[in-house]
Design a protein. Sequence first.
Length: 523
Amino acid sequence: MSTMNTVGRPTTPNRVESKPATLTGGRGLLQNEHLIFEGDGWGKTGVDLPEPKTDGSDLGDLVRRDPIGLPGLSEPETMRHYVRLSQKNHAIDLAIYPLGSCTMKHNPRLNEKMARLPGFSDIHPLQPTSTVQGALEVMDTLSHWLKTLTGMPAVALSPKAGAHGELCGLMAIRAAHEASGQHEQRRKVLVPTSAHGTNPATAAFVGYTVVEVAQTDDGRVDVADLASKLGEDVAAIMVTNPNTCGLFERDILEISRLTHEAGAYFYCDGANFNAIVGRVRPGDLGVDAMHINLHKTFSTPHGGGGPGAGPVVLSAALAPFAPAPWVVHDADGYRLIEREEDEAAQAFGRLCAFQGQMGMYTRALSYMMSHGSDGLRQVAEDAVLNANYIKARLSDVMSAAFPEGPCMHEALFDDEWLKGTDITTLDFAKAMIDEGFHPMTMYFPLVVHGAMLIEPTETESKQELDRFIHAMRALAEAARAGDVDRFKGAPFHAPMKRLDETRAARSPVLRWTAPEGSNIAAE
């Protein structure tokens, strides 16, 4: 019996339609596309080049003697190849991207336009500062916004991403302890059980011993356990706020007080700053260092390996140890402090060769200036509102991990509601792909069994949220009704069916091999 979904189209619940395979491998407007090496372009090229005027003898043994191993494509073939590949990927421009703790939100095209202005995109880090005054002004203005939004007196722009920012913060903390002669005794960093995995990894990389802090039943730092582990051997604590359970740490001021009382520093993982930007200043909470992911909070493209930017704001106690370079403005204009002398006498060094990722700075500042202070506050308010709307609409068919009270920017569910169905969190996520949605974050945070972490961000409309919620509720009802085949075989409609993910991760096939007997080789 057919029913009507929220957009008025007939649906057939609890049944996976059987569809005949197509003759070409394509499905409607989605074309099938093979690897570029599997085409027939080995004897052609899309570009005409003149014959070289020299024989390359001056290159000695560097002259290539074998075929290059790359097929030739015409311009339309090249375009079609990459467009067809793009149709196999989910994208934020296609639908909601509900990865929790990742802030996958729409990136305004205005920001991209600004980053591509020749004056920003074509400059070189070794140009004289007199020729890049505009770029330095962007960096200085961005620094002002970041310091204002966080209530912190200093910022290091150069870190390239969140984990790199963590490294910056802990190196500044280590330098501060070295300056006070306490580094040798303070060899521990306290990290809650629900922390991002990069937190303990970064602390260990800097040379600290990581000590885990327990979590309370309501998903927050166990203050009593923290207090029992603080002492003269602790260099810092690393706390994410809002935390990875999507909750604000209610005892954050007490956590800060206890930490400073013990002579340690408070590092805050700012990955979830999107939930509080414009509403809460971390400096007012007693934070000493916090990284800010420009590629999350301030809209720059997220994922795909970069580019990234993770500026670190620092308290007055840590500001002298900030890494070079940084921008200063005086009567002669803008200039860079790049050497560990004079103003930077206590800087712990450099984190990267130059000044960081200019394109990220331009995009982030464009986002900030187009929103204004009131708009940035609304970003946080709408992100929290959307997450709570999802939590409220799904809590009767799925089990919220922490049902009491509101969440912040993400709604966290566990797999308690799936018990007895023979369906796992992974099965449920695979079925979401058939419905046209990218799965939420699965099995994280580890403190919640079978976790399903959903972050809608502020850029999703109520209409899109309702479409997502309708699909989630329909899948939940199918699972409860015992439609196991729908889940165990999913995805049915994706370009690739279910893979052996463990094998794919451990033994990935990263190189194409020519067929037996062929003289074609990919290099």
